[in-house]
Design a protein around this ligand. Structure first.
Ligand code: CUA
Length: 178
């Protein structure tokens, strides 16, 4: 969803740049003494409009990106530590339908935490770094078994850094005793 929005905004931006170029190229090709597309005052107005539009679009699209972390009553937290060569994380089970905040760091060298669904599709990724806690929020739509893989080469056992995260249906956990 967010990726599609970024794509649309990028394409619109490219169009805004391309159209004046095409118009200018056309006007210079057809006449010996080209008439300016805009007079001075409308050019100034256009500049202001574009600058304001640029600020608004930048703020609006970067506000929730790359990783917005919202803590609420229904928020679940999973603490993840990457080691050579395993993932240590707690809890091992989360609930579908409500946001999960992953607090990710590394015990030794840099790792990359990538979470995949059952179709081996990458859902999100975040760097696991020594000395830092990187947070990423994700809401799992469907229950099931998800896989955590390392996405940064971290030594000879890099490919063995795999772990399973279980996502349970939303109603199951709500009715469970506290
Ligand atoms: Cu950890 Cu690659």
């Amino acid at each position: 969803m967010q990726q599609q929005m970024i794509l649309v905004v990028t394409l619109l931006g490219m169009l805004c740049v391309a159209i004046p170029f095409i118009l200018i190229a056309r006007s210079t090709a057809s006449s010996v003494s080209p008439t300016p597309l805009f007079d001075d005052s409308s050019r100034r107005k256009l500049l202001w409009v574009l600058m304001i539009l640029g600020v608004v679009v930048t703020v609006a699209t970067l506000w929730v990106w790359p990783h917005r972390v919202v803590a609420g009553a229904s928020t679940q937290a999973v603490n993840v530590t990457g080691h050579q060569w395993s993932w240590e994380f707690e809890p091992k089970t989360v609930t579908a339908g409500s946001p999960v905040i992953f607090n990710v760091h590394a015990g030794d060298v840099n790792h990359g935490m990538g979470v995949y669904n059952a179709d081996k599709r990458l859902l999100f990724q975040v760097q696991a770094m020594p000395g830092y806690v990187n947070r990423v929020e994700y809401t799992f739509d469907k229950p099931g078994t998800y896989q955590i893989l390392c996405m940064e080469f971290c030594g000879i056992g890099h490919h063995t850094m795999m772990a399973d995260l279980t996502v349970t249906p939303a109603d199951q956990n709500e009715s469970a005793p506290q």
